[in-house]
Design a protein. Structure first.
Length: 170
């Protein structure tokens, strides 16, 4: 279904990527519901509107949670048969670094993908994230993107307040 969504996206002038997220009952392993979406970068003029991110956003908004790895019945805005459910994600291609991070931040524990990042980088397709993968391992001074740390007298104030506050951790 993720690959079909990617194909439909190209036919609708979107990017060639699709994602499917399944919510599964923990006790029965039955699929409760699903969300699917496609790359919408060119449609929305939003460089973060990748298929995986859009699908995660939809699921989190519908469910009213930010942890898709364990969804408790009492926390969910949508009904579920058992006490706990979880989500898994399918992508038409290996996620880029941003989408991989979003998948981790959503606490998804399982990712399935079809095409590799190398398939996405071939001539004529040209979706290469190799530069980003390389950049992340370099010291700031060696990166192509100019990166500077600018500390101020209150650089850590928000973190210090966070440590002392009655917060919702994520």
């Amino acid at each position: 279904m993720a690959c079909e969504t990617a194909l439909n996206s190209v036919n609708d002038k979107g990017g060639p990527f699709g994602a499917l997220l399944l919510q599964i009952d923990k006790d029965t392993n039955q699929i409760i519901r699903y969300w699917k979406n496609h790359n919408q970068v060119t449609l929305t003029k939003d460089p973060t509107a990748h298929a995986e991110v859009m699908t995660i956003r939809s699921a989190c908004k519908s469910l009213g949670v930010f942890d898709l790895g364990e969804i408790k019945k009492e926390d969910s805005l949508l009904d579920q048969p058992g006490d706990v459910s979880y989500c898994v994600i399918y992508s038409s291609a290996e996620p880029c670094p941003m989408c991989y991070s979003a998948i981790c931040w959503a606490k998804l524990k399982v990712l399935f993908f079809a095409a590799t990042r190398f398939d996405a980088a071939v001539p004529g397709v040209h979706f290469s994230d190799e530069e980003i993968y390389n950049e992340l391992g370099l010291p700031y001074s060696k990166r192509l993107l100019k990166v500077f740390q600018c500390t101020t007298g209150n650089s850590l104030d928000a973190f210090n307040l966070w440590k002392r506050s009655n917060k919702v951790s994520y």
